[in-house]
Ligand binder design. Structure first.
Ligand code: ACM
Length: 524
């Protein structure tokens, strides 16, 4: 058994189910969509017809999908009953039965079934001469956390739609359910906003990119590669991605960065900034001191942007960034200082909180929930905000202790832009740090400081793929895999199943699957 992430309960039995050219997929109307998804996954490699039927004569080889209540997994890690994402998968000699109370669970059962078959099942072209057998067993499974995410920065480097779709496939394969789409940065604005076309006309393009690592340039003049870079997603393209993600039970969380990391927006609309001259879309990395101002018109600009984002993205949570907003410009701007007094605010941290609160109210009035990086705690948290804890666990702990929901994203364990080896010379250039597979696997999303009650505020965790040093989809694969497999197990599987030696054994098979899928994972 080499399913990743490891299921809650696996009961092996004797014998094999063999998928053949006469196998039929049985599904009532409630399970038909997921039956079609499973068939579409199994047909290319096998070349079998795999018709979807309402009933099959006794004795036929069948894979049956059923939406029904599934009895619980009592006694395992205190789990009673099975959640909407949980499933039962029974493999017998002549039948496979997938059961779940909802479509998400059925899809996860189907993902487990794919992983019980030979790795070639992931081929997009027919593979002859394979014995398409799966060992008989009964699996009961459900996730530990409801938020199992991957963050993807497309601001630093634009990633094509095909790559976004590939990652949706890969997330679903690993039973992950949130794609955090980091859409705006100092170096690029990547989502069409119809009211403000310059955001993409100007903000989505830069004339070049810094050569080498930002750290090399402390004293020296920056060298650019002279290769223009850019791109953005139209609203229609974003809608296509959201629909594709929904078919895979993945929520797409859009992030619009404010008030820092907003350089591309300021380049497009200089009146958003604090200077009396325009700035270019940035061609280098690091924390930029140019941030937006706090004029009423700027607040309204961002509300307009969010209005369009809400039209496109149905997601309950909307990410407004909030990280790394240097206060230099606010401190030196007479206009900002006057505004601070006008608003009765004490310092720049209060001002940042005031700004975020405008967005919190705006989103709440529209039935959405604001989420931001843990800096949104500084100067007081907006009443309904969710905190994404990246600078460690402290932000998450503080927020949970104050009754706020939290998503854990601490850089020590979840920043996949970090090196995968201590021997940096042997690795492609990365941002820094050292995050080996084993350390990701050892991550525990519930901070020890939280009580059982407070821990309920931890929605889950996610990995971060910041792309300053990840210019291509191939390199994205290299940084994401195999670490994403470890993170998937951290957020899905019960702590009682956590065993790194066994994980690496299962990974030996899983890597074959990734190879067939064309994932350029790092080979250790
Ligand atoms: C972050 O890494 N600035 C959230």
């Amino acid at each position: 058994m080499s399913i990743i992430p490891v299921p809650v309960q696996v009961r092996p039995s004797v014998g094999h189910f063999t998928l053949t050219s006469t196998t039929a997929i049985v599904a009532a109307s409630t399970a038909k969509r997921k039956a079609e998804q499973l068939a579409a996954w199994l047909r290319p490699a096998t070349g079998f017809a795999l018709p979807i039927v309402a009933n099959a004569p006794a004795g036929t080889s069948t894979i049956e999908l059923r939406i029904e209540n599934v009895d619980g997994i009592d006694g395992i890690d205190g789990i009673d009953g099975i959640s909407a994402e949980g499933y039962a998968l029974d493999v017998n000699d002549s039948t496979v039965v997938l059961r779940a109370s909802a479509e998400a669970g059925l899809m996860y059962a189907a993902q487990s079934l794919r992983q019980l078959l030979p790795a070639q099942i992931f081929s997009t072209t027919t593979v002859a001469g394979v014995d398409w057998s799966a060992p008989c067993q009964s699996i009961l499974d459900q996730p530990r956390f409801g938020w199992r995410g991957m963050h993807l920065d497309v601001g630093r480097y634009f990633m094509p739609l095909a790559t976004i779709r590939k990652y949706i496939d890969l997330l679903a394969l690993h039973k992950m359910n949130v794609l955090h789409w980091h859409l705006t940065e100092d170096q690029g604005w990547r989502i069409e906003i119809r009211k403000y076309p310059r955001l993409t006309e100007v903000g989505a393009f830069r004339p070049g990119t810094i050569v080498g690592h930002q750290f090399e340039y402390k004293e020296k003049e920056v060298v650019l590669n002279g290769v223009p870079h850019g791109g953005f997603y139209t609203q229609d393209e974003a809608r296509e991605i959201i629909a594709y993600a929904a078919q895979h039970h993945i929520a797409v969380l859009p992030e619009i960065e404010m008030p820092g990391h907003a350089g591309a927006a300021i380049a497009a609309y200089p009146e958003l900034g604090n200077l009396d001259h325009p700035i270019p879309v940035s061609c280098q990395w690091g924390i930029h001191k140019h941030v937006i101002n706090v004029e009423e018109s700027t607040v309204n600009f961002y509300k307009d942007v969010l209005s369009e984002v809400l039209e496109v993205f149905p997601n309950h949570y909307i990410h407004i960034g909030g990280d790394e907003c240097p206060k230099d410009e606010w401190k030196s701007s007479e206009r900002v200082q006057a505004r601070m007094r006008e608003l009765g605010l004490h310092d720049e941290h209060d001002l940042q909180s005031w700004f975020i609160r405008q967005m919190d109210v705006f989103l709440n009035e529209r039935g959405r929930v604001l989420i931001g990086w843990d800096e949104i705690l500084e100067g007081g948290l907006a009443p309904n905000a969710v905190v994404m804890s990246w600078r460690g666990e402290d932000g998450g702990i503080a927020a949970a202790q104050n009754g706020h929901d939290v998503v854990m994203a601490p850089y020590h364990w979840t920043y996949f832009d970090y090196y995968q080896s201590e021997d940096r010379e042997k690795e492609p250039l990365a941002i820094g740090g050292f995050l080996p597979l084993e350390k990701v696997y050892a991550y525990e999303p519930i901070p020890a400081a939280l009580t059982v009650e407070q821990a309920k505020h931890v929605l889950g965790a996610q990995c971060q793929l910041w792309t300053e040093y990840i210019p291509t989809p191939e390199h994205l694969d290299y940084m994401a895999f195999p670490r994403l497999c470890a993170l998937a197990e951290v957020v899905w599987s019960p702590t009682s199943t956590r065993d790194y030696a066994r994980f690496t054994e299962r990974m030996a098979t899983h890597l074959q699957r990734l190879s067939v899928l064309g994932v350029n994972y790092r080979k250790s």
